[in-house]
Design a protein around this ligand. Structure first.
Ligand code: ZN
Length: 111
């Protein structure tokens, strides 16, 4: 990589040019988090796991909080139903394509 400011070449990754101090790192672009129902970690509809993922909390903690809301206020159950309806499901993750045994492969013919 080259420093766009002074043209110094760097063979390894550096964040700042040591000659002129220009920032050389490329900002990591992260897509904004989406509140989605988890497909993989779910007890009922994946709402709790979705919230836990979004809020970066332990899913068990979210479940406990939600259950407490449901038991003591009655709002948890309603909230869960609303979240179930409103929250989209997380997009399907494409599973890694496992090498399929080819149907055309013939067993070694014995002579
Ligand atoms: Zn420079």
């Amino acid at each position: 990589m080259f420093c766009p400011q002074c043209g110094k070449e760097y063979t390894q990754r550096v964040n700042f040019c040591c000659q002129c101090g220009t920032a050389l790192f490329t900002p990591v672009t992260t897509s904004p988090k989406k509140l989605v129902r988890s497909r993989t970690d779910r007890k009922i509809a994946g709402v709790c796991a979705g919230f836990a993922d979004y809020l970066e909390l332990d899913v068990t903690l979210v479940r406990i909080l939600w259950l407490m809301l449901a038991l003591f206020g009655g709002w948890g159950l309603l909230g869960y139903l609303i979240a179930w309806i409103v929250m989209p499901q997380e997009p399907l993750r494409q599973p890694a394509v496992a090498p399929q045994p080819s149907a055309s492969a013939q067993p070694a013919a014995s002579h």
